[in-house]
Design a protein around this ligand. Structure first.
Ligand SMILES: *Cc1c(COP(=O)(O)O)cnc(C)c1O
Length: 404
């Protein structure tokens, strides 16, 4: 399980658990550090070796230079590997750098990428630049394409990128069907698994090669640390370790510590996000000003059956469309919120609400919704308070929107 750690605390090595509740409690812990339960924050660049012989053998030392990992970052890598069932994990300073490092590691002259049209929007912008500067061609595909992705694979296709549910529009992808096609053609598959926190979806079991996380979101979970993770199967670990080394990427020790601390409560938090999110989603679905709710755990979601096949739960992030003729009415609606904050990111303990636009963010598909799309992150507050806040917000909207 662990190349890095010295002896594990407790029973983790002798009775490895397959339950995520136990994994997040025990994975990545070691019995060093004077018995401290948590691996301390190691601030280190230079690591000293006691003898010349030891120095000359430094390539095999578990810790040899700060950029190449410290006990703090290695503990988090081990923890994420165990949760995902990966051969190994590398950390990056943000989710975005995990994404771009993975893409660059697969780029090359004449190479083609197949990228879900519902990808996290900055990824689309990066792919455009990869094309302009290095000639890497990107084809954006309908996230609901399933096995028909075979028609888009050419002998230049090197990588298929998935994100499920999709950013903003929450389409569920048929991961197993896509990885089956990819394997038949020798194409590497990657999925951004940030939405599930690594708990509700297990991509390696569905044949995925590389799992990327914005650990900034649910794994960290407290809206205070930036971190990315690239979890790899055996075939891809060496390549991704090399890419990290080439770019000189390393996670800051304080952020790694904070994210590992968040990791310990990941499953407990996600269960509550799941429960609160569904309660809020069901309330929204019954509201007359809500055109539709886009939540994969609701029977009204177009890929609800597929979601049930692949996922064991839903996190707190979903979408809904409101009837709003005059965009100016959004101001009074949003400005009076008590509990929902407005800001980028999600996955922290707190609730967020923002209007989103799909302009410039879709090429292969375009949902035909009328109205204003909203993205909601349901946090750990009592759902009654959140529903009250939304009820008052929609009341302000109806007062301000002359068109309703
Ligand atoms: C936020 C996000 C990222 C980027 O993570 P950062 O840590 O903000 O760089 C990547 N993928 C998805 C799906 C995200 O929501």
């Amino acid at each position: 399980m662990s190349a890095h750690q010295d002896k594990k605390a407790g029973q983790a090595d002798t009775h490895p658990s397959t339950n995520d509740e136990t994994i997040v409690t025990h994975a990545g812990r070691s019995s060093g550090h004077f018995g401290a339960v948590n691996t301390p924050v190691y601030h280190a660049s230079t690591i000293l070796f006691p003898t010349l012989a030891a120095y000359e053998q430094k390539a095999t030392a578990p810790v040899r230079y700060g950029r190449r990992g410290t006990p703090t970052t290695m503990a988090l890598e081990d923890a994420i590997s165990t949760l995902e069932g990966a051969a190994g994990t590398v950390l990056t300073p943000s989710g975005m750098s995990a994404v771009t490092t993975t893409l660059i590691a697969h780029a090359g002259p004449g190479v083609e990428f197949l990228i879900s049209d519902a990808v996290y929007p900055p990824v689309r912008a990066f792919c455009r630049r990869l094309n302009e500067q290095f000639g890497v061609k990107t084809v954006f595909y309908d996230p609901c394409i399933g096995p028909d992705i075979a028609a888009l694979v050419t002998d230049r296709t090197r990588l298929i990128w998935m994100e499920s549910p999709g950013s903003h529009t929450f389409e569920i992808q048929d991961i197993a069907a896509i990885t089956q096609v990819a394997r038949a053609h020798g194409v590497t598959t990657v999925i951004d698994n940030s939405w599930s926190g690594g708990h509700f979806l297990k991509p390696f079991r569905l044949g995925v090669d590389i799992v990327v996380h914005a650990a900034t979101k649910y794994i960290g979970g407290h809206a205070d640390a930036m971190l990315g993770a690239i979890a790899c199967n055996e075939d891809n670990l060496g390549k991704m370790r090399k890419a990290i080394s080439d770019f000189g990427l390393c996670a800051g020790p304080d952020d790694a510590y904070l994210v590992l601390r968040g990791f310990r409560t990941l499953v407990t938090r996600l269960k509550q996000h799941n429960e609160n999110g569904l309660e809020v989603a069901r309330w929204l679905e019954a509201h007359p000003l809500v055109e539709r709710v886009i939540h994969p755990a609701l029977a009204s979601h177009p890929q609800h059956a597929l979601w049930r096949e692949q996922f064991t739960g839903a996190s707190g992030l979903f979408g809904f469309v409101i009837r709003c003729r005059d965009k100016a009415a959004l101001g009074p609606m949003m400005d009076g919120l008590s509990y929902f904050g407005m800001g980028s990111s999600w996955g922290g303990f707190e609730s967020l609400l923002i209007p989103v636009s799909l302009d410039g963010k879709r090429e292969a598909t375009r949902p035909a919704w009328q109205g204003q799309l909203m993205r909601i992150h349901v946090g750990l507050e009592h759902p009654e308070d959140l529903i009250g806040d939304l009820d008052r917000a929609l009341e302000r909207l109806s007062m301000a929107d002359s068109g309703v």
